[in-house]
Design a protein around this ligand. Structure first.
Ligand code: UT7
Length: 333
C-alpha cells in the first residue's frame, strides 16, 4: 500500500513587506520623441498624459534593471538575499526565451539557489506575480518571494511608429512577499482573452534598431481597440477584486491602475465612482507606459511622496497584451 505524501504547510496569510524601483537615468522628452514621429508635445500630453519617460542605456539589460529594483526592495526590508526562496520576474521584453531573466537576477542579487522563473503576462505581469507569490507562501512552497516587474520596451518599439513610440518606456519595480498573521494580499481576480491576441503583438518590421537597419520584431498595437477594452472591461474587474477582498470601494485609500494612458486612468476613476479621498497613481506623466513595471513603479513613487502610507488599502490592477488582466487589493507596506 502506498504511503501518503507529506505536504508543506504554508502561512495563513501573505503580505507585501517592501517595495523597490529603478528608473533609468536618461529622460526622453516629447520633443525628442517628435524627432522620429510626426507628432507634437501637445498631442502626446492631451492623448496620453505623458510629459516625459525614461529610456535605459543601450547596453543596460532587463536583468540589470531587475537587479537594481530587487536590491532596493531587499534593502528596504533589511533582508538577507539568502532568505528569498523564490524569484518571479514579470517581463515581456527580456530578449531570450531561455534562460529566464529571473535566474540571472537571482544570482546577481546573491539569492541563489532560490527558485527562479519569468512570467509573460505583459502589463498584468506584476499583479499576476503578486498573486502567485501570495499563493506560494500560503501553500508552503516558498517562505519569502521576490517579485520583480521589469521592462526594456525601448528595444522592441519602432521609434517611427506613431502609435507606440511616444507611449512605451523602460523601468523596473519589485516587491517582497512573505507570510503574515493578517491578510495583506486579497484574492486575485484575473483572466485573459486570447481571441484579442492581435490587439498588442510582436511583428517583424524593417526598422532602424540599435543593432543597425534590418528586420527586427517590434511591438504593434491597435491602440483604439485596446483603449475601448480597457475602459469598458477593467472597471468590473476592479469591483470584483474589491468585493473578493470583502471590502467596498469606500475602503480603498489608494488606486494604482496600470499606467497605460492617463485618459484610461481617468475613465476608470469615473467608472468606479471612486470617492474623492482616494489617492490615484498618475506616474505615467513622467514614466510613460512601462508595461509590467508600471504598477510597482507607481506605487513605490506614491509611498516616496507620502501619497500612500504604510497600512493603507490599495487597489492594484494590471491589463494588457494577451489580452490579460489581474486585480487585487493589498496593504501598503
Ligand atoms: O499598456 C498596454 C495596453 N495599452 C494601452 O492601454 C494603450 C491603449 N491605447 C491608447 O492609449 C491610445 O489608443 C493611444 C494613446 C495609443 C492613441 O490615442 P488615440 O486617441 O486612440 O489616437 P487614435 O489612434 O484614435 O488617433 C486619433 C488621431 C488620428 O487622426 P485623425 O484620423 O483623427 O485625423 C491619428 O492619425 O490622432 C492621430 N494620431 C496622432 N497624431 C499625432 C495618431 N497618433 C498620433 C501621434 N501624434 N503620435
Amino acid at each position: 500500500m502506498s504511503r501518503a505524501l507529506a505536504v508543506p504547510t504554508g502561512s495563513p496569510f501573505a503580505r507585501i513587506v517592501s517595495l523597490g524601483s529603478y528608473r533609468p537615468s536618461r529622460v526622453i522628452t516629447n520633443a525628442e520623441i517628435c524627432e522620429t514621429i510626426d507628432s507634437t508635445d501637445a498631442w502626446i500630453q492631451e492623448r496620453s498624459g505623458i510629459v516625459e519617460r525614461r529610456r535605459a542605456a543601450p547596453d543596460e539589460t532587463v536583468a540589470d534593471m531587475g537587479v537594481a529594483a530587487g536590491a532596493k526592495a531587499l534593502a528596504a526590508a533589511g533582508l538577507d538575499p539568502q532568505s528569498i526562496d523564490l524569484v518571479i520576474a514579470a517581463t515581456a521584453t527580456h530578449p531570450y526565451q531561455t534562460p529566464a531573466a529571473a535566474t540571472e537576477i537571482t544570482d546577481r542579487l546573491g539569492a541563489t539557489p532560490a527558485a527562479a522563473l519569468d512570467i509573460s503576462a505583459a502589463c498584468a505581469g506584476f499583479c499576476y506575480g503578486i498573486a502567485m507569490a501570495s499563493d506560494a507562501v500560503r501553500a508552503g512552497s516558498a517562505t519569502r518571494v521576490l517579485v520583480i516587474a521589469v521592462e526594456k520596451l525601448s528595444d522592441w518599439v519602432d521609434k517611427t511608429d506613431r502609435g507606440t513610440a511616444f507611449l512605451f518606456a523602460d523601468g523596473a519595480g519589485a516587491a517582497v512577499v512573505e507570510g503574515s498573521t493578517t491578510a495583506g494580499i486579497g484574492p486575485v481576480v484575473w483572466g485573459s482573452d486570447g481571441a484579442q491576441k492581435d490587439a498588442i503583438t510582436m511583428s517583424v518590421s524593417h526598422i532602424e534598431h540599435r543593432d543597425g537597419l534590418g528586420e527586427f520584431p517590434v511591438l504593434t498595437m491597435q491602440g483604439q481597440a485596446v483603449f475601448r477594452w480597457a475602459i469598458g472591461d477593467i472597471a468590473p474587474v476592479c469591483r470584483r477584486a474589491v468585493q473578493a477582498a470583502g471590502l467596498t470601494l469606500d475602503d480603498i485609500d489608494v488606486f494604482v491602475p496600470h499606467q497605460a494612458n492617463m485618459r484610461i486612468t481617468d475613465a476608470l476613476v469615473r467608472a468606479l465612482k471612486l470617492p474623492p479621498t482616494v489617492r490615484i497613481a498618475r506616474d505615467i506623466r513622467t514614466a510613460g507606459n512601462t508595461s509590467a513595471a508600471s504598477v510597482p513603479l507607481a506605487l513605490d513613487r506614491m509611498v516616496e511622496l507620502g501619497e500612500a502610507r504604510s497600512g493603507d488599502t490599495a487597489l492594484l490592477v494590471g491589463f494588457g497584451a494577451g489580452l490579460t488582466y489581474a486585480a487585487q487589493v493589498v496593504t501598503v507596506p
